[in-house]
Write a protein that binds this ligand. Structure first.
Ligand code: AMP
Length: 297
């Protein structure tokens, strides 16, 4: 084995176990070295997910990636059925990155009584969920909180990893951990981007090459707003307006929101804020809804 690894360092030698049942994951966890890292995903893994896996591998002895397309967090008109699924590709990526276990349960394993859970989800506070993405994606964040709590109860990791790309989700998770007094450490990882600036997302697969080029304008618009604010040229609202004007040149882009929100609690910020907040954007390119954000430090 050592000989093979020295001569062929890219040779895959780590077997990632694919586990489907709660009992099996509990059994392997009982035998695993601590500390234990959990990386929640909906699969169709890309460089953004890999950065979370790498952070987990750096900090913990055992890493579990969960892959679960959570029906609770999709609205009736959203893309639950069409959401990209590629378990074989995900397994390969996890093996290449020395993930110990993929936990990919069926829906019935996680929600034995899905109607009951739909009627009794965890409800994060309205000030976290009524604005930004929550405005158009009703019940989305209660679906996220409910599923993450379920996986946390099953796996009981020491650390759980999330991307800053989904900034509102990250705040909901921090609330969840505090609200239920959970003994897990929430780690956040920076957004990973393509060279064009486009943030990696599983939904990028649905963009045509032309749409993908245009989608990079979302990050350009965020950088423009940040530059205008930091240089003192414009206050916050005028910076947002300038970015909206820039985006209006692309007929394929339908902006849902561009907003400035406080770093600590996602509250609105005063017009004269200069730092300590994020510009956040959500927009549709064709049928594909994308989100992104930039910190103004
Ligand atoms: P998803 O599979 O889309 O639910 O994402 C799973 C996790 O990966 C979430 O914590 C996301 O915030 C994170 N993630 C998704 N895209 C990126 C990215 N481009 N950079 C860093 N983290 C990301």
């Amino acid at each position: 084995m050592v000989y093979l690894y020295v001569c062929y360092p890219n040779l895959r030698y780590h077997m990632t176990s694919l586990i489907k049942s709660i009992q099996d994951i509990k059994n392997v966890i009982a035998k695993s070295e601590k500390s234990l890292a959990l990386v929640p995903t909906m699969g169709s893994l890309h460089a953004g997910h890999i950065s979370l896996i790498k952070a987990a591998k750096n900090e913990c002895k055992t890493t579990i990636v969960y892959i679960f397309v959570n029906p609770l967090q999709f609205g009736p008109a959203e893309d639950f059925k069409e959401y990209p699924r590629d378990l074989a590709g995900d397994l390969k990526i996890c093996e290449e990155n020395n993930v110990d276990f993929i936990f990919a349960p069926e829906i019935s394993e996680i929600y034995p009584d899905i109607e009951d859970i739909k009627n009794n989800p965890i409800k994060p506070p309205p000030e976290l969920t009524n604005s930004l993405c929550g405005k158009t994606r009703q019940n989305h964040f209660s679906g996220v909180a409910t599923v993450v709590k379920r996986f946390l109860d099953i796996i009981e990791p020491d650390f759980i990893y999330f991307g800053e790309k989904d900034l509102q989700q990250l705040h909901v998770i921090k609330w969840l951990v505090k609200e239920f007094n959970l003994s897990v450490n929430v780690k956040s990882c920076p957004t990973i981007r393509e060279t064009t600036g486009l943030a990696y997302s599983s939904r990028n697969k649905y963009l045509t090459p032309e749409e993908k080029t245009i989608a990079a304008s979302l990050y350009k618009a965020l950088k423009l707003a940040k530059g205008n604010t930091r240089s003192g040229i414009f206050p916050v609202n005028k910076s947002i307006l300038e970015s909206l004007i820039f985006l209006s040149h692309f007929s394929q882009i339908k902006v849902e929101y561009v907003e400035a929100r406080d770093k600590a609690n996602l509250a609105k910020v005063p017009d004269d804020a200069k730092h300590g907040f994020y510009y956040l954007i959500a927009a549709k390119i064709g049928k594909v809804r994308l989100i992104d954000n930039i910190e103004v430090v």
